[in-house]
Design a protein around this ligand. Structure first.
Ligand code: HEM
Length: 370
């Protein structure tokens, strides 16, 4: 299926971003119920239905070209957003191989990988959307323009973290992190699973991280897993890093009843985990999807459900996720989509067509009030 890339989108300064109707319908809505609480929501990362974000190992969509450009802009001013400790060299090559093989297999019209030479180490990679062709020797970093992890993740959507498995624990020993929800690779580099999860409220007491770590230590090569996480972001901004907090933090105070539908975005992370074959490291990928409330509410079930989730969300989670400044405004705006009727379980949109876009006042007249 061909993808209509939108190279002129911008995720900073003068924001220019929107989802097509097809992108709204395939959005990974994260709430199977009307309430939300942390859980060990891990499932096999098997290939899903065409038309979903689970079809490919690494999902590519209409924002691909613009997101790669945004990453390049971030790296220009902030090279430490990509760092790898020395002992993770093999894991870098494992990652390059996994991503190239998967993208070439899942999107043959856009990406190609050829392996030549007596030992099969002479590779040629073609990336049509970005207009790149690169011949190199697999395992020889001098034949690439930059280190293998940086090379391939500059051509992928989402963040990538390399985890070393030792002492029955996982250590964050490398990564490319430019689209994160307020955490820092530079700060977390070298930390263990419990250490980097330290700031998360309620989940430690519920034993969630203990169970998740046990599960991940047994992760097998060839059997990746996935989970969804979510937060909210003012403006369609990918780089909500602590390093740049002064540029985006104050926006949290800018939400009003008039602008909330267009300005506030649900930010969903599709997190996938792959055991890497040579290094025995784990690759943790965080693919970020943004949707404005205006767009989201065009699926009636989603508008209604998000209203209920925000209404019942525990205060500790709202504080940790940084939603407290605008939660009430969002909840009141979303109330117009909630008729109080029961919702069906599961995340499916249950519509083939979207409701029409909202009018200029960002409201639809059916269920007024809060
Ligand atoms: C092993 C790969 C993983 C990495 C590298 C990772 C990394 C992170 C980081 C950096 C944060 C932000 C912490 C902060 O505030 O500074 C976070 C939050 C969190 N992580 Fe993980 N994580 C991983 C796996 C998991 C798994 C398997 C679970 C399953 C339960 C999980 C559950 C959570 C939760 C619930 C939060 C809070 C998110 C929120 O409320 O927005 N993580 N993780």
């Amino acid at each position: 299926m061909s993808i209509a890339f939108k190279p002129d989108e911008s995720f900073r300064d003068v924001y220019q971003y929107r989802n097509s109707e097809a992108a709204i319908l395939r959005f990974p809505f994260p709430f199977p119920e009307d309430r939300y609480m942390y859980s060990v929501n891990i499932e096999p990362h098997t290939s899903g239905e065409p038309g979903t974000v689970f079809r490919a190992a690494f999902d590519i969509d209409e924002h691909y070209v613009a997101e790669c450009r945004d990453r390049a802009l971030t790296l220009e001013t902030d090279p430490l957003r990509c760092q790898v400790l020395d002992h993770m060299d093999t894991a870098q090559w494992d990652t390059l191989e996994l991503v190239m093989e998967s993208m070439a297999r899942d999107y043959p019209e856009y990406f190609q990988l050829e392996r030549d030479g007596a030992e099969g180490t002479q590779w040629t990679w073609t990336n049509r959307p970005l207009g790149l062709t690169q011949s190199f020797v697999f395992g020889d970093a001098d034949t690439l323009p930059c280190a293998p992890l940086e090379y391939i993740t500059r051509q992928a959507q989402g963040d990538f973290v390399l985890l070393d498995h030792r002492d029955d624990n996982l250590f964050m020993d490398g990564g490319m992190v430019t689209t994160q929800a307020d955490w820092s690779l530079d700060f977390d580099l070298g930390m263990s699973f419990m250490e980097w999860h330290g700031p998360v409220p309620l989940a430690h007491q519920a034993g969630i991280f203990e169970r998740a770590l046990k599960f991940l230590l047994r992760l097998q090569s060839g059997a990746p897993v996935r989970r969804l996480n979510w937060t909210m972001t003012v403006n369609p901004r990918l780089d909500t890093s602590p390093e740049h907090y002064p540029e985006w933090g104050p926006d949290r105070a800018s939400i009003t009843p008039e602008n909330v539908g267009g300005k506030l975005h649900l930010r969903v992370e599709l997190q996938t985990l792959f055991r890497l074959p040579r290094s025995n490291a784990i690759l943790f990928c965080v693919r970020c999807y943004l949707i404005s409330l205006d767009e989201l509410a065009r699926v009636p079930k989603w508008g209604k459900r998000l209203h209920r989730v925000l209404t019942t969300l525990p205060q500790e989670l709202a504080e940790y996720k940084g939603l407290v400044r605008y939660r009430d405004t969002a909840r009141q705006w979303l109330a117009q989509f909630d008729d109080g009727a029961p919702t069906t379980p599961g995340t499916l949109a249950e519509v083939e067509r979207l409701s029409p876009p909202l009018d200029e006042s960002h409201t639809r007249p059916s269920f007024a009030g809060s």
